[in-house]
Design a protein around this ligand. Structure first.
Ligand SMILES: Cc1cc2nc3c(=O)[nH]c(=O)nc-3n(C[C@H](O)[C@H](O)[C@H](O)COP(=O)(O)OP(=O)(O)OC[C@H]3O[C@@H](n4cnc5c(N)ncnc54)[C@H](O)[C@@H]3O)c2cc1C
Length: 434
């Protein structure tokens, strides 16, 4: 296996990257760094304006277990009809949704969940290395991004000892992959993050699992800065331009057709988030939207808001401090492609973060947002050559983990295109596994 720093050893190619979310921009960066002639296309007016815009901010190698797991179907049934339920299902007359749900349900076992976590953790750790390398590279070019990064770890908190025990046991299983996590009692959680004192006093905090080496930051700010950097490095960025079709002759994509032009390509990388399956002809890709919400509050520096990124496993929210802002995110709705911010769903994220940190002032102005996670049923992204295509690469399906896995996924795609030894086993992420 090569180091992620190795350079391309073959000739430069003309490559089109479809989608300028965190995944597409990271890919454009890695490809350009290898000397390719890269064009990045997005239908929006700039980078990261869809799902990568206001996510939970966590880069969490410790939380790579897929959502499909034991007990999930039973829990989902219990939540049916509850407006504030963390998980909601709205059935559509859409065979893709039904097929996706069936596949998700079939993965709801401990064995499948562990398998997914093991595939993801290597990629998450690679991402961490590649992120640092990218930041060093950009700093050397005088383009260091400010994205409210915090390297204070991520703490998962639980309400019962049984939950802490189970989470610590699963965390230990990731140790051989190179990720160390610590089990903390309630007081140790408060010592680490004093804003949790109130939850402890109310008896709501049994303990936690702390991934010290994890970090958080603003995915939008990072992607926006990286997009500007890649443009400086010579990537052609086409915004407000929609890809209509990947034209092919046999197994080869010859052109990318947009609403404005037809671009010739030696290779194409599809990183179009939830829209990725719609740009494929003759290839079934089980990536389906799972809607989530976030709320962002401007917070004073008075100890009311946490500095350590926290995942509340009871209320099912993640919370990250982004400079003078606090971002909380949660909710999962399998409800098609609708992007409307529904007041009750958004409010439930705000209520949850206020319940966890009650010292947060009532007068803080919330900014609500929702986004569609591009989810695979097994919670593992799809990376690598598309089946039956010579020069089409998939970099999509990152679901709940796009920010965590972005830089590693981009590095892997660049290695595959460059014909180098991959840093992680691409078979783990193949589109043929479904
Ligand atoms: C509420 C919420 C909280 C989350 N929290 C976290 C977190 O804490 N940590 C984490 O790791 N992940 C988190 N995620 C997941 C993460 O945000 C996503 O996995 C990631 O943003 C996906 O990135 P992407 O680039 O694949 O998709 P996107 O950011 O959606 O980018 C895809 C791009 O493709 C473009 N596109 C689509 N079709 C076309 C077309 N035909 N032509 C041109 N352009 C096109 C779109 O305009 C878009 O810009 C969260 C997600 C949500 C919703």
């Amino acid at each position: 296996m090569s180091s992620p720093t190795s350079q391309a050893n073959n000739g430069a190619k003309k490559i089109v990257v479809v989608g300028a979310g965190v995944i597409g921009v990271a890919t454009a960066y890695r490809l350009r760094r290898d000397g390719h002639d890269v064009t990045l296309i997005d239908k929006e007016s700039g980078p990261a304006l869809e799902t990568s815009f206001a996510n939970g901010g966590q880069m969490s190698a410790g939380e790579v277990a897929p959502w499909a797991g034991p007990g999930v179907p039973t829990q989902a049934l219990k939540w049916l009809g509850r407006a504030d339920a963390p998980l909601r299902l709205r059935l559509k007359a859409d065979p893709a949704q039904w097929k996706w749900l069936w596949r998700f349900w079939r993965r709801c076992s401990l064995k499948a969940q562990r398998d997914g976590a093991e595939r993801n953790v290597g990629l998450a750790l690679l991402s961490r290395t590649v992120l640092q390398e990218t930041l060093d590279d950009l700093a050397a070019k005088g383009m260091a991004p400010d994205f409210d990064r915090k390297e204070k770890g991520i703490l998962r908190v639980f309400a019962t000892q049984e939950e802490v025990y189970h989470a610590a046991e699963e965390a230990d299983r990731l140790e051989p992959f190179g990720l160390h996590q610590e089990r903390l009692n309630a007081q140790e959680c408060v010592d680490l993050e004093p804003a949790l004192a109130s939850a402890h006093q109310r008896g709501e905090l049994a303990g936690g699992v702390y991934s010290r080496s994890d970090q958080s930051g603003d995915a939008y700010k990072f992607t926006d800065a990286l997009a500007r950097a890649v443009e400086e490095m010579g990537v052609t960025c086409l915004y407000e331009e929609k890809v209509a079709k990947l034209e092919r002759q046999g197994e080869r994509i010859t052109h990318v057709r947009t609403n404005l032009r037809r671009l010739e390509a030696d290779a194409v990388v599809l990183a179009a988030g939830v829209m990725s399956p719609h740009l494929l002809d003759g290839i079934a890709l089980p990536v389906y939207p799972v809607k989530g919400y976030s709320v962002t509050l401007e917070v004073p520096d008075d100890g009311s808001a946490p500095n350590v990124s926290v995942t509340d496993e009871v209320r099912r929210i993640v919370v990250s401090r982004l400079g003078n802002r606090l971002r909380a995110a949660g909710q999962a709705e399998v409800a098609g492609y609708d992007r409307t911010v529904e007041a009750d769903r958004a409010q439930s994220v705000l209520d949850a973060v206020r319940a966890l940190f009650p010292a947060l002032g009532e007068d803080l102005e919330p900014e609500f947002w929702c986004g569609l996670r591009p989810m695979t049923p097994d919670g593992v992204p799809v990376l690598g050559k598309a089946p039956g295509r010579d020069n089409l690469y998939l970099n999509t399906g990152h679901g709940t983990l796009g920010w965590t896995l972005a830089m590693g996924s981009a590095a892997l795609i660049a290695e595959l295109i460059g014909g180098r030894d991959p840093s992680v086993d691409p078979a783990h992420f193949s589109a043929t596994r479904f």
